[in-house]
Design a protein around this ligand. Sequence first.
Ligand code: C5P
Length: 230
Amino acid sequence: MKPAPIAVALDTDDLATAVRWTRQVAPCVSTVKVGLELYLKYGREVVTRVREAGGQRVFLDLKLHDIPATVEKAARAVADLAPAYLTVHASGGTAMVKAAVAAAPETKITAVTVLTSLGEADLDAIGLAGPSQDAVRRLAALAVGAGARALVCSPREVARVRAEVGPDIDLITPGVRPAGAAADDQTRISTPAEALAAGADLLVIGRPITRDSDPGRAAAEIAARLRAER
Ligand code: C5P
């Protein structure tokens, strides 16, 4: 069976745990996501080890944001690991996104527009005037214009971002919760089927899977429900 379009967020500071989760979920999901916590502690070894555990497709969520020359070198430093996705902040600007794209040609450079943790008051304070939706659309267009081939956005933004960037860009959505699951600290959530129906290509799901006593079963259930609802 084709694995479900889910990236399981391996949010832990323990490599053995990340490897175990990967072994459990890899049969039924397409991707695993390695974030800053794990990468800053263990470095490149994380990618090798999760691949050995069956997680072939790796989403490297490093959210790079620096001057273009530095981002280019940072992206080049991980390019040989050939992650499927590598994140950068779109607010780093056109030249920065282009630098990442040039440095990692095998990887879809994935832009983060506006962090969903920022409310309107935070955006005012950092000088991003106007409704956050406008900033999301503007930054999405900037990133795609600079060569980004994927974008991270909330499930509620997917339809608007899709209208802005067209069909060829992968839209990746966190904040996804199976019906009935705990929301945790996510506020604007959608179910997996809703997010896909709105146009998402890949769903980031962490705690509903990794906090389960049996992550493999939890992932398989979400994948099966998704297939049934589509
Ligand atoms: O556990 P949960 O399903 O909430 O995990 C969500 C994952 O997606 C985490 O790795 C988190 O850092 C990431 N993320 C998010 N919201 C964003 C961007 C990324 O929750 N806007």
